[in-house]
Design a binder for this molecule. Structure first.
Ligand code: URA
Length: 270
C-alpha cells in the first residue's frame, strides 16, 4: 500500500515545525558496498550477540587540552573580527565541525555594537546561509530588537560556530572548545551588555545550575576565563521557544525593556 503524499507532507511539516530537520539512522550505511547478509544476522548465526549500534551523532568527543590551547592561541592572535572569523573557520578542534555542519557560522551585526547577543548554536538555515539567527527564530529576534529600538545596536553570535547534528544542544565540551573565540569576539566588539538567549547560552556563559526560567530577566556579572573582562549579562528566553509558546513573549519583551533601560541609563551601564 503506498502512502498518501499529502499525509506524508503534513507529517514532515509537523516534524519540521517541531524542530526536527534531520533524520539519522542508528549507524552509518555504506550504500556502495555489495549486498551482504545483515551484520546482526551473521553474528547471530555465529552464536555471537550483535554489537550495539554506534550513535556517532550523539557521542561527542571530549575536549582535548591541545584543542583548547589551539583555540586560545588562534583567538588571541586575531587582531580584528575578520581575522577571528578566518581563525574559527580554520579551527578543527570542535567536534561539531566534522559532525555534518556545512560551514562555520560566526556572527552578524554592528562590529562596535553596545549589545552582544549570544545564542545557543546555528540551526539548519544558519548552516546554509553561514550567518546566525537567520531562520524563523532569528526573524522573530530581529522584529523584537527593532521594536525595542535596538536596530543596528546588536552584534549577534552563538556559543558554538557549527550546527549540532539534528539541532541538538551543544555539549559543554563543544562550547568550551569555542569559548576562546567567543571571548575574543567580546574583547574586540567591546559591548556594554550581553544578552544571553536561551538556557544553553545562559548556562555556558554564567556557569550556573538554574534553568532559563529562573535566570531570565535578572542581571548577572559575566567574567572571561582569565578574569580580564567583566560585563553585565541578562539571560532571556530563546525566540525558538517563543515560537512554540507565544504566551511567553511578554516575558521576553520585559527582558528587552530591562536591557534597553540599563543600556540607555546615563553613565556606565554597570
Ligand atoms: N538558534 C540559535 O541559538 N542560534 C542561531 O543562530 C539560530 C537559532
Amino acid at each position: 500500500m503506498s502512502a498518501d503524499p499529502r499525509a506524508v507532507e503534513s507529517l514532515l511539516g509537523f516534524w519540521v515545525e517541531a524542530g526536527v530537520e534531520a533524520l539519522y539512522a542508528e549507524a552509518p550505511v555504506n550504500r556502495t558496498a555489495p549486498a551482504a547478509a545483515p551484520l546482526a544476522a551473521t553474528a547471530t548465526a555465529k552464536g555471537l550477540s550483535p554489537a550495539p549500534a554506534a550513535r556517532a551523532d550523539t557521542v561527542p568527543a571530549a575536549l582535548k587540552a591541545e584543542d583548547l590551547q589551539e583555540s586560545q592561541s588562534a583567538a588571541a592572535d586575531a587582531p580584528d573580527l575578520p581575522a577571528l572569523e578566518a581563525a574559527i573557520a580554520d579551527f578543527d578542534g570542535c567536534a561539531l565541525k566534522s559532525a555534518g555542519a556545512r560551514q562555520a557560522v560566526f556572527a552578524r551585526g554592528a562590529p562596535d555594537a553596545p549589545v552582544m547577543i549570544i545564542g545557543e548554536a546555528p540551526g539548519g538555515e544558519e548552516d546554509i546561509q553561514g550567518s546566525p539567527f537567520v531562520g524563523r527564530a532569528g526573524q522573530l529576534l530581529d522584529k523584537m530588537l527593532s521594536a525595542a529600538g535596538l536596530d543596528g545596536r546588536a552584534f549577534i553570535t552563538n556559543t558554538v560556530f557549527w550546527r549540532p547534528p539534528g539541532n541538538r544542544t551543544p555539549t559543554p565540551a563543544e562550547q568550551a572548545a569555542c569559548a576562546p573565540f567567543l571571548e575574543r569576539a567580546i574583547a574586540l566588539v567591546k559591548p556594554k551588555v550581553l544578552l544571553l538567549v536561551g538556557g544553553a547560552s545562559a548556562k555556558a556563559m554564567l556557569k550556573r545550575p538554574e534553568g532559563i526560567l529562573a535566570l531570565r530577566g535578572r542581571w548577572f556579572e559575566w567574567r572571561s576565563g582569565d578574569g580580564a573582562l567583566e560585563l553585565p549579562a541578562l539571560p532571556t528566553l530563546h525566540p525558538a521557544f517563543l515560537l512554540r509558546q507565544p504566551a511567553a513573549k511578554k516575558k521576553s519583551w520585559e527582558d528587552l525593556l530591562t536591557l534597553v533601560e540599563r543600556l540607555d541609563r546615563p553613565g556606565r551601564p554597570d
